[in-house]
Design a protein around this ligand. Structure first.
Ligand code: ZN
Length: 131
């Protein structure tokens, strides 16, 4: 019969066949490690979303409404991290990092947008701008 090992310290388990850990210490250590690993991934993504927002905010606060994709990348912006998106009436996707958004044009330009009221669908608001 194959011997089962503790999932945390890998020592041979003695006792019930459904036992996974030698004691509560190993059980707690195992679950804490899993929680920490998952939490680190969440924190990394949250930090990147906040960083993206900050980059858009700094530009927006400086009165810059349009920039180039490469400049955002050089500032550390990661385009794969967004909080939500809508499609404007001009068919461009508007991607948001919280209340700051952007629209990419076909020539590599990025138009920065600010949504003062994120509770309302941004696509509806944009119809006014592009009609
Ligand atoms: Zn153990």
């Amino acid at each position: 019969m194959k011997k089962k090992l503790c999932q945390e310290c890998h020592t041979i388990l003695i006792g019930r066949s459904d036992k996974k850990f030698c004691d509560t210490y190993c059980k707690t250590a195992f679950h804490n490690k899993n929680y920490r690993n998952n939490h680190e991934k969440i924190r990394y993504i949250n930090d990147q979303l906040k960083k993206n927002r900050q980059i858009l905010k700094v530009l927006s606060d400086a009165g810059i409404a349009e920039t180039q994709r490469i400049k955002l990348l050089n500032a550390g912006f990661q385009f794969q991290y967004i909080t939500h998106q809508s499609t404007a009436s001009n068919k461009f996707d508007v991607r948001f990092c919280y209340e700051f958004g952007y629209m990419e044009t076909l020539n590599g330009q990025v138009i920065i947008l600010y949504d003062s009221n994120p509770g309302i669908d941004y696509a509806d608001k944009l119809k006014l701008s592009f009609n």
